[in-house]
Design a protein. Structure first.
Length: 259
């Protein structure tokens, strides 16, 4: 890919995942909630699946599939994170998948494709890995996710320095997600929204959870200088509160498409 077209630093994404492999247990409840909401779509079809590919499931998705009697191969950009899934697991780059065509009848990518530079290309590769009439289930953070944090960071940095560096990843709009599936060659593409609202007793815990999940800033054009010492305290103090707690919104585009 032309470096000018790269939004994300894939090396940074991998390093964040490597580090998070040792901390992700602290956010398992949220990751499992998101995965279960995605896998509920399996109950809407009479099709039965035998062989699944779990893309970036962080040790959560593979066990949920095995409970359903489905054999699972897991992959992750980080070898350490891939190993958390148990069973057969490989380190693999979502942008350059090496699975043979028609290897699986189900692919599940639960909040794992939003750090991919060429998302249409990755979806095409996942479709090719599916057998005819195979199913893709994927979820992506959509526009509005972490909106409170994005606004607080931007306003705090602008007040301190007169400008603002990109610190929260850009997210897709829901209306674009079904189009992405169609562009990648999937049939019957559907994208709908699930919204999770989390409440934090203290705002610093939000930053700790993002780090624990491997979701810290991997934008290629991120500011690599040490941020002003007052930036994060000022931003966190500006987050809106509800009954003494800090609300955080996760808006997830749930995508289904058939090969």
């Amino acid at each position: 890919m032309d470096p000018a077209m790269e939004v994300f630093d894939r090396r940074a994404v991998r390093l964040h995942r490597e580090r998070a492999a040792h901390t992700v247990d602290s956010v398992t409840d949220v990751l499992r909630d998101v995965a279960e909401r995605l896998l509920d779509r399996l109950d809407d079809t009479t099709r039965r699946f035998a062989h699944a590919l779990d893309v970036g499931g962080r040790g959560v998705v593979a066990p949920l599939l095995r409970v359903r009697g489905i054999d699972v191969v897991s992959c992750d950009l980080s070898a350490a994170m891939a190993a958390r899934n148990g069973g057969l697991a490989v380190a693999a780059d979502e942008e350059f998948l090496t699975f043979a065509p028609a290897s699986f009848d189900l692919v599940v990518a639960s909040v794992s494709l939003h750090w991919v530079n060429d998302l249409p290309g990755a979806l095409i590769q996942l479709r090719r890995a599916l057998r005819p009439q195979g199913l893709l289930l994927a979820s992506l953070p959509a526009l509005g996710t972490l909106g409170e944090l994005r606004q607080a960071l931007t306003e705090a940095e602008a007040a301190l320095t007169g400008g603002a560096a990109p610190r929260v990843s850009p997210f897709a709009e829901l209306r674009d997600c079904a189009g992405l599936l169609q562009r990648a060659g999937f049939t019957l593409p559907v994208a709908d929204m699930e919204e999770l609202r989390l409440l934090y007793a203290e705002p610093l815990a939000l930053l700790r959870d993002l780090r624990a999940a491997g979701e810290t800033n991997a934008l290629r054009e991120r500011d690599r200088r040490v941020p002003p010492r007052a930036l994060f305290p000022a931003a966190l103090a500006a987050l809106p509160q509800h009954d003494g707690r800090v609300p955080v919104t996760l808006r997830l585009a749930m995508m289904t498409g058939w090969a």
